[in-house]
Design a protein around this ligand. Structure first.
Ligand code: CTP
Length: 406
């Protein structure tokens, strides 16, 4: 019963392999999962909803607009309920719709509403599978963080031979169980502190100096650390991200407040990940009243700035056994600057971003990072979802910690 208590949605699309979804539902239920099935209209041409309703012991979702109008927000409820959405088999058509965020049937609408990870098992004729359009769409899903269960090569329903066959059930079940087992609980017993988002430095009561950080990267690390069992403290600048489950969030505004909140809690942390884009300068003397236009400032306004406390440096000075990870956003001499930062601030690793590379930087859901290690190694990572990068950062933090405590 490796999947006991897990809530899994099986999405079924119009592919000759749709009959295998019955086996998948049966295996998932046998492994202890609670299963709901959502079918596209074409899927019903290949397998009957009655079969899947019987095996999943629940009504199958078929319609965008159910007869019972009170249930019109079913996709939102199901989206919150699910721990995993697996679309198997996934047709070329559904993959294309997912890649473009279309919501024209029950399954594609649900795929936009779910908050859980997505697994996609493409199954189609070889020529459709290898077509550049399909491959590009699969790549979009992969970059967005979806797990792709690669099709197998073999004889297809058309008689052609090549890749496109839905893998046998043990392969799909292995992917599902590995997904839930991966890294589960490996941070249990550890305290992890994360900073995220921008800071706002007051110029007067209504104006501030800020930056474009969305906080997504730091929040992704907090979410991953909590999922992996850590006690997580997230010190967040002003952002509009939802607080991940199980995370203690402390909202701050300025660099000074962030510094104070972090230092208060630093001694008890095992891992600190400083992803916040902290302002380096703050107005020396913020005006008490809103600054008005006047004859005095007709020629322009000069605001004197002073340096803010450097949180990463302060932690580096007293880090003891804890693991300290910083970020660097560089647009030139990236490696050299990041290595200098690592040494000067006594960090164990720097996550280096170059916002000019496509897929990296502020606001987006993906990032392209190079991990700079204390021993001089530079690990260049591919473009990936911020959630996937978050897990890699925590993997490296754990590895550094185990070397240190050996
Ligand atoms: N940082 C911090 N406190 C500050 C400034 C930065 O903790 N007052 C942390 C950031 O969270 C990040 C790293 O230090 O982990 C970034 O270093 P920083 O030197 O600020 O980088 P940049 O601003 O990108 O660099 P610089 O101004 O030195 O080019």
């Amino acid at each position: 019963m490796t999947l006991r208590g897990k809530h899994i949605i099986v999405g079924v699309t119009g592919s000759i392999a749709a009959y295998k979804s019955a086996l998948l539902v049966r295996e998932l239920v046998k492994a202890g999962a609670e299963v709901r099935v959502v079918m596209t209209p074409s899927a019903c041409e290949f397998i009957t909803p009655l079969t899947l309703a019987t095996l999943s012991q629940a009504d199958v979702v078929l319609d965008m607009f159910p007869q019972d109008r009170a249930k019109g927000t079913w996709h939102i409820h199901l989206g919150v309920w699910a721990d995993l959405l697996i679309i198997a088999p996934a047709s070329a058509n559904t993959i294309a719709k997912l890649a473009h965020g279309m919501a024209d049937n029950a399954l594609t609408s649900l795929a936009l509403a779910v908050r859980c990870p997505l697994m996609v098992a493409p199954a189609m004729d070889t020529d459709m599978y290898v077509h550049v359009a399909t491959q590009a769409n699969i790549d979009v899903l992969r970059r967005r963080g979806a797990a792709i269960i690669e099709p197998e090569s073999g004889e297809l329903a058309s008689g052609l031979v090549g890749p496109g066959r839905l893998p046998d059930m043990p392969v799909i079940m292995e992917a599902v169980t590995a997904h839930f087992a991966a890294r589960a609980g490996d941070l249990a017993g550890l305290a992890v502190l994360i900073t995220a988002g921008p800071t706002q430095e007051a110029i007067d009561p209504v104006r501030y100096i800020g930056n474009r950080s969305s906080g997504k990267m730091g929040f992704a690390v907090a979410e991953a650390a909590a999922r992996r069992g850590a006690a997580v403290t997230l010190v967040a600048g002003p952002v509009s991200q939802p607080t991940p489950d199980g995370v203690e969030r402390i909202d701050v505004s300025s660099a000074g407040e962030m510094h104070a909140a972090v230092m208060e809690r630093a001694a008890s942390q095992d891992i600190c990940v400083l992803a916040a884009a902290v302002a380096d300068f703050t107005p020396e003397a913020p005006a008490e009243q809103k600054i008005k236009k006047s004859a005095d400032n007709d020629a322009g306004l000069h605001i004197a700035l002073k340096r803010t406390p450097d949180i990463l440096r302060s932690l580096g000075e007293r880090k003891g056994e804890s693991v300290l990870i910083g970020f660097a956003l560089e647009t030139e001499n990236e490696r050299v600057n990041a290595e200098r930062k690592l040494r000067e601030k006594n960090a164990d690793m720097i996550v280096l971003n170059n916002p000019r590379i496509e897929g990296a930087g502020f606001g987006g859901d993906t990032n392209v990072a190079t991990l700079i290690h204390a021993d001089g190694r530079a690990e260049e990572l591919q473009v990936m979802a911020k959630s996937a990068l978050a897990d890699i950062i925590l993997d490296r933090a754990l590895a550094i910690r185990s070397l240190r405590t050996e």
